[in-house]
Design a protein around this ligand. Structure first.
Ligand code: GTR
Length: 422
């Protein structure tokens, strides 16, 4: 498919001090040094046949690509456990200035209730029917997303020595969660602390959900089994299992959203679980929306070295060997078709590879066209703060750095108004 500039990436080697880095290419922030690459064609099946209609995409090519992402990138997850069950822990009908109802729900993963995650759910009180909602994981705990004194604090699950051992303060992440704005626009919000599902550090997969599903004698996931990002995505699907039962939520209008590493998880959740009606990836970068073959800023080698627990073991073989990947991230976006997806970048967040995120939308577009839908209409990167929302793939570059801001959320709400509002 697309071929870009030629460049041989230099090899980074530090007198043997950092052996793990020996094969790691130097970090590149220069567009002119992006190497030549050829993207795998989402519309060519592994047996060489071309996909020319939506039915063939859905029945043949999509499952094939999904399996490749599962076994080579994120790892296979166990699906819905038999013992999954829910308990509403509490409800307050008059919260956020009486504008919303707050509900907290424990999602138990097994019959014996050894492990659970807590969903914090806000529903607008001004409603005449079930409401559409945004669902996303949070970094620091449910109690940090807004200034609501009655939210149950999440139990901190940060790496030993990293982050406050007694948890983050209430409302510590409020700037990232415009709950009132969502409520005023008729949306509910559901969130879960990522640490409830799998704490974000490499402990050999002992302290999160993985051990609940080990077979007899198994002590860590197999090379094609789930890492932490797939576990987070699995948790989002389990939250969806609950939302399907909530009488105030329209489970057919749930937008899954995530920022950065949690944007990677949101994309994989949206790609692997078609119940999500819309997907939002905010600055998800490498292993999210950004094309791996561009090797711009964060690379497969570097992400696997710094976060060895995020992806499945098989993904590590593509470190410095991106051309051997049987997929690239435009195909992750394509797996969401024909559902709407929004990819957002930030101008100063070069680490996430702005152009790589944009191009994933461009190269996923032919799959949307199979469904008779417009994907991302532009092929040139738009100006900063000039969102492109006319198709089923929305995109913007916001001025500023790596963050999720009220500006970003306003764009997501506009896009959701177009696709989810009735
Ligand atoms: C960075 C990581 C990125 C991104 C980011 C985040 O350190 O390299 O891939 O996930 O963290 O989650 O904030």
């Amino acid at each position: 498919m697309s071929v870009v500039k030629r460049y041989a990436l230099p090899v980074f080697c530090c007198l043997g001090l950092f052996c793990a880095r020996a094969q790691e290419p130097a970090m590149n922030y220069d567009e002119s040094l992006v190497p030549d690459y050829v993207l795998p064609d989402p519309l060519t099946c592994s047996d060489g046949t071309k996909v020319t209609d939506a039915a063939t995409w859905t029945s043949k090519r999509r499952p094939e690509l999904l399996a490749l992402f599962e076994t080579q990138v994120y790892g296979k997850a166990p699906g819905r456990p038999e013992g999954l069950h829910f308990k509403v822990l509490g409800e307050d009908r008059y919260t956020l200035g009486n504008m919303a109802t707050r509900r907290e729900i424990a999602v138990y993963f097994t019959d014996d209730e050894t492990h659970f995650m807590t969903i914090l759910l806000y529903i607008p009180n001004k409603r005449t029917d079930v409401v559409p909602i945004f669902l996303g994981l949070n970094f620091k705990g449910n109690h940090t997303i807004c200034d609501d004194p009655l939210v149950t604090p999440s139990i901190p699950r940060t790496a030993p020595g990293k982050g406050p051992s007694d948890g983050f303060p209430r409302a510590a992440a409020a700037s990232r969660w415009p709950v009132e704005m969502l409520i005023a626009n008729g949306y509910g919000l559901a969130t879960v602390y990522r640490g409830d599902i799998d704490p974000d550090y490499d402990d050999g997969f002992q302290n999160g959900v993985h051990p609940l599903f080990y077979r007899d004698g198994q002590t860590r996931p197999e090379p094609d089994e789930w890492g932490t990002i797939a576990a987070w995505a699995w948790g989002l699907s389990r939250a969806m299992d609950y939302l399907e039962t909530d009488e105030d939520v329209d489970c057919e209008r749930v937008a899954v959203i995530g920022h950065s590493r949690l944007g990677k998880a949101a994309l994989w959740a949206g790609a692997s679980d078609p119940r999500f009606a819309m997907v939002v990836s905010n600055e998800s970068g490498c292993g999210g929306a950004a094309l791996a073959r561009r090797r711009y800023a964060e690379t497969v080698a570097r992400i696997n070295r710094l976060f060895p627990h995020w992806f499945c073991e098989n993904y590590k073989q593509y470190a410095g060997n991106e051309d051997a990947l049987p997929v690239d991230q435009h195909e992750l976006v394509a797996l969401i078709a024909p559902r709407p997806v929004y990819i957002a970048s930030a101008a100063e967040d070069k680490w996430s590879d702005i152009r790589g995120e944009f191009l994933a939308g461009v190269h996923a577009t032919p799959v949307y066209e199979l469904f008779g839908l417009e994907g991302l209409p532009d092929t040139e990167l738009p100006e900063n703060d000039a969102p492109e929302q006319s198709g089923y793939i929305g995109y913007h570059v916001r001025s500023g750095g790596h963050d999720i801001t009220p500006y970003d959320w306003r764009q997501f709400v506009k896009f959701a108004d177009k696709h989810l509002k009735r």
